[in-house]
Design a protein around this ligand. Structure first.
Ligand code: E4P
Length: 217
């Protein structure tokens, strides 16, 4: 499973990218606003750091205006994936941009039917939002499973990009289901390294090393 980092914070992207943990980046208008940076400027900077796809989201709601924005975003770098919302206008924009050879990430997906439409419109990525479904007491991971089944039934090449990930557990569950990509905040990716038995075991080893006076350098 590929890891995308869901942020527009340059330091976080650099740190994970240097460790080989980043296969791409996703941003959205809220994350850009949080960074306090200009969208074109910060997106270009991210594209210069990361080799993989960098999602940048349109803010228009009508297809014609989305297309203008999408084409402008696509010019930032070759690794841009234009992010459009899963609305009818977004699907139209997805079809046009995909036909032009631009990667498209269809976002704000909350149902298998929406995912089916995005695949038919030629999306490179579909972004089902797990956490926001879980927040409503619905099952986000079940949606990932349903989309996996549907795409595999018909050989759709659209990649399932599990989004709105809230925990390290979500990451392994997505990998078990066969999501192609998971995008998560840097804090969640780092939390994947944590285990209470690792901490406990390390404390015991260090105490024994101290008692025995073990020194390596
Ligand atoms: C994905 O592309 C979105 O940017 C993101 O995963 C949304 O996550 P949230 O529900 O935590 O805002």
């Amino acid at each position: 499973m590929k890891f995308f980092v869901d942020t527009a914070e340059i330091d976080q992207i650099k740190e994970l990218n240097d460790l080989g943990m980043v296969d791409g980046v996703t941003t959205n208008p809220s994350l850009i606003a949080k960074s306090g940076r200009d969208i074109l400027e910060v997106t270009k900077e991210i594209c210069d750091i990361v080799a993989g796809p960098v999602s940048a989201e349109v803010v228009a709601t009508e297809a014609d205006a989305m297309l203008v924005e999408g084409r402008k975003l696509a010019k930032i770098a070759d690794n841009i994936a234009v992010k459009v919302p899963l609305t009818w206008a977004g699907l139209k924009t997805c079809k046009t941009l995909s036909d032009e050879g631009t990667m498209v990430n269809v976002t704000l997906c909350f149902s298998a039917n929406q995912a089916l439409l995005a695949a038919k419109a030629g999306a490179t990525f579909i972004s089902p939002f797990i956490g926001r479904l879980d927040d409503l007491n619905m099952d986000g991971l079940e949606l990932i499973e349903d989309i996996r089944t549907i795409y595999d039934n018909y050989g759709y090449e659209t990649q399932i990009l599990a989004a709105s990930i809230r925990s390290a557990n979500h990451m392994s569950e997505c990998a078990k289901i066969g999501a192609d990509v998971a995008t998560a905040p840097a804090s969640v990716i780092k939390a994947m390294a944590n285990h209470v038995l690792t901490d406990k075991g390390l404390a015991a080893f260090l105490a024994d090393a101290d008692k025995a006076g073990i020194k390596i350098v």
